[in-house]
Design a protein around this ligand. Structure first.
Ligand code: BGC
Length: 763
């Protein structure tokens, strides 16, 4: 375990299932990877002959012409028709999971699972399929156990740096296709918790610090993922903004702050993506655990947003039966501690009305119809490996953020004589994010929980391929003096620096781990033409920034990360990514000095985690409220290292002619010109400052667009601004309202470089 990470107390139950997928992989290895050739031969024969035989001999099922199979009926109508046919036991089966490999003793039905994080029984006699769920944050998890392959896309926060809804759609569609090819019909992807705490170990799984950007991107991802007939999921609902003590922490936050930040991201994501599932989070919010929080699950999700899908608990995040059910939790995962026998008894005893159970069941059945699971049953097939790699590379190319490029050090000349490649594993791979998001790298099997995993995309090899006549030499990070000596005798030095992060931990600080700051400083002292490529899950501090020539943030680059980076280094791709989160100068500037940790657990202090009176054990007060990310640094007037929305290109852009038309809707129109010598894509950002009476931070993002321009080309672009993005949440009226007054619209290429401004009155 690396010394730079704090391993945090999480409820024992979650760590147990995470640590050991052991028994499962043993069994699946036996079945799926038999050593003797006779077994695979028989399996092959069976695979080819059985479907033919089965097709010929299987009689049409009784439900084939049942009323609910009529596709012209709505998902609600079809769900209701099925509901009427169900016994109490069948209903109870639908509201809980059937276990997860490695999570306690396998349940009797375990053999029906597909090896994913969970599954919910179907109703075979009525044609309702099993819901097979898999984690799929940046690719399908645990495919190696099934003897299969998944593409690793760039991390979610990385892809968010593209500010590209179309890329988000490709991201989701690819995952949807690979899920189905592996026998899954539900994703557990779609994380959108805002970067309220940049040390959060899961920052890489989310979409940055701004609700408009994050919500738009996650919505487009889900829309296209669900378009492949898998149930889409958005998580972790809500305010699950740190991993430390995540099972027992109480997030204390005002309704206004919650509605304008974390919840707004979910709202936008749900409106765009229409996911059929929401995963409630581990933590509590203002006293009630998320999975039994009536305000979140009923008042906001169902009533305010009109969400029609079902809510499933994060793994082990259910704490009660009656309270959770009444609050709006539909499905307990991955087991049935509260939604199995005890739920049935509560119904039989009249403590839970049958109508309440029926509502939960209706939502789950409705989701199966709405996402197309019933009409498009899953059948396993082969993943399009090449297609996946191309998509991963393309998204990474538009996600790399060029942070510094002094004296036009980049792009590099392909005819350089000597190049030094320096860094941990930079000869063979690039790091990936850990936890339940972890995608198995090809060829190495299923990694252990919290193992650092490097994808076989080699920085060294890709640079050699770009500059075939150069002498390209490699030095690891282990010997700083040797690395500096190599840099000194080279034309340029490229340092690949990494920061590993994962679910189940938060970072103690934002420094690069493992003495890499000293390594970079030494290399840059030996050769100022030093280029730093960052492979990080969140922001990092850069004490060496003034000494190096160039810096690019490549995030966790996925299966083709090194190829994408090499294309940017040598100018085959003009970088266009912009930061979806602020990079502060130091941890001292973030809203909370340290990540609040759970109390030591003596008997008397132990949390009451289960049952109808379940209580969290400690609190984090989110007093910064609506001031998340750049809104905090703006309001507190704290200078930052790199602002939200910042990113350089090999060309330059200028902005002019801002017009704002207001009326029933607001549209912002302006002209962008490519003033440089190469073609490039500019992400144009639109911010608004609200009237003083709104009591808001100095500005907020209200829209954005990507514009591709040839050298010298100009384009006029319009960005429509949704009224809600200009509104504030009024707690007394329990709704969003526009504060009448003067709104200043600001347009430019970064939250701190906004050359165009215009004030208009809105009422
Ligand atoms: C994570 C979820 C994940 C689930 C299943 C939980 O610990 O928080 O994001 O989907 O496990 O693996």
């Amino acid at each position: 375990m690396p010394a730079h990470t704090i391993y945090l107390y999480t409820c024992a139950v979650t760590s147990v299932h995470k640590n050991a997928l052991g028994w499962y992989s043993m069994i699946s290895n036996l079945f799926w990877r038999p050593r003797k050739t006779v077994v695979p031969a028989l399996a092959l024969l069976a695979a080819f002959t059985f479907p033919v035989f089965a097709q010929r001999s299987r009689p049409e099922p009784a439900w084939a012409h049942a009323a609910w199979m009529n596709k012209s009926l709505s998902a609600d109508e079809r769900a209701d028709l099925v509901l009427k046919e169900l016994t109490l036991d069948e209903k109870i089966d639908l509201i809980h999971g059937e276990g997860m490999p490695g999570w306690g003793k396998p349940k009797p039905n375990y053999y029906l699972g597909n090896g994913g994080a969970g599954f919910v029984l179907g109703v075979d006699r009525l044609g309702i399929p099993i819901i097979q769920m898999s984690d799929a944050a940046y690719g399908v998890r645990s495919s190696a156990m099934n003897g299969r392959y998944s593409t690793a896309l760039p991390s979610n926060v990385g892809a968010a740096a593209s500010w590209d809804p179309e890329a988000a759609c490709q991201y989701g569609a690819l995952i949807g296709r690979e899920l189905r090819a592996q026998g899954y019909n539900m994703t557990l992807g779609g994380g959108v918790n805002l970067t309220r705490e940049p040390r959060n170990g899961r920052t890489f799984e989310y979409q940055g610090e701004d609700p408009v950007l994050a919500g738009t991107l996650v919505g487009n991802r889900i829309k296209c993922e669900q378009g492949q007939h898998v149930i889409g999921d958005i998580k972790h609902y809500a305010v699950n903004d740190q991993e430390s003590g995540r099972n027992e922490v109480d997030a204390i936050i005002s309704k206004r702050a919650m509605q304008e930040t974390d919840l707004l991201a979910f709202d936008i994501g749900i409106r765009i993506g229409d996911p059929q599932a929401v995963m409630c989070s581990y933590n509590a919010i203002n006293g009630d655990f998320a999975c039994e929080n009536k305000y979140l699950l009923t008042d906001v999700l169902r009533k305010q947003w009109n969400f029609k899908g079902f809510v499933l608990s994060d793994w082990g995040g259910t704490h009660s039966t009656i309270k959770a059910s009444a609050a709006g939790l539909d499905n307990e995962e991955p087991q049935e501690n509260f939604y199995g026998a005890s739920y049935k008894k509560a119904v039989e005893d009249g403590k839970i009305p049958v109508a309440e159970l029926d509502e939960h069941v209706h939502r789950i059945l409705r989701a199966e119809f709405a996402a197309g699971l019933v009409d498009n049953p899953v059948s396993k097939s082969v993943v399009d490996v090449e297609g996946g790699l191309d998509t991963a590379q393309h998204i990474e190319e538009s996600s790399i953020v060029l942070l510094k490029n002094s004296k036009h050090l980049l792009p590099l000349d392909k005819h350089l004589k000597t190049i030094a490649i320096i860094g941990d594993h930079a000869d063979m791979g690039m790091i990936s994010g850990g936890g339940s998001a972890q995608v198995d790298p090809p060829g190495t099997g299923n990694p252990h929980w919290l193992e650092h995993v490097w994808f076989p995309t080699s920085p060294l090899k890709t640079v050699i391929a770009k500059a075939p006549t150069a002498r390209v030499e490699y030095a690891s990070s282990a010997d700083v003096a040797a690395a500096a000596a190599l840099a000194k005798r080279s034309d340029v030095a490229i340092v690949y620096a990494q920061q590993w992060t994962s679910e189940g931990m938060d970072l103690p600080n934002l420094s690069l781990p493992d003495n890499q700051d000293a390594l970079i400083a030494a290399v840059a002292a030996a050769n100022p033409k030093t280029i730093v490529i960052l492979e990080t899950g969140t922001a990092v501090t850069m004490p060496w920034l003034d000494q190096v020539g160039a810096v690019a943030e490549a995030w966790y680059g996925g299966s083709r990360g090194a190829e994408a980076v090499a294309n940017v280094l040598f100018g085959d791709v003009n970088p266009s990514g912009k930061l979806p989160m602020t990079f502060p100068k130091s941890e001292a500037d973030v809203p909370h000095q340290t990540v609040v940790q759970p109390p030591p657990h003596s008997e008397s202090a132990s949390p009451v985690m289960r049952g109808e009176d379940a209580k969290p054990s400690f609190a984090v007060h989110y007093d910064e409220g609506v001031k998340v990310g750049y809104k905090w640094y703006d309001a507190e007037k704290k200078p930052v290292l790199f602002p939200f929305g910042f990113g350089l290109s090999y060309t330059t852009f200028s902005y002019k002619d801002l017009q704002v038309s207001s009326g029933s809707s607001t549209t912002v129109t302006f002209t962008i010109t490519n003033t440089g010598k190469s073609a490039g894509t500019e992400i144009a950002e639109v911010y608004a400052a609200l009237p003083a009476a709104a009591e808001e931070p100095p500005k907020r993002l209200v829209g954005f667009t990507r514009v591709k321009l040839a050298p010298g080309e100009s384009k006029s672009v319009s960005v429509a601004v949704e009224p809600k993005f200009l509104s504030i949440f009024d707690e007394a009226a329990d709704g969003f309202k526009l504060v009448p007054g003067s709104y200043t619209f600001m347009v430019g290429g970064s939250s701190q470089e906004l050359p165009l401004t215009k004030a208009v009155n809105l009422n």
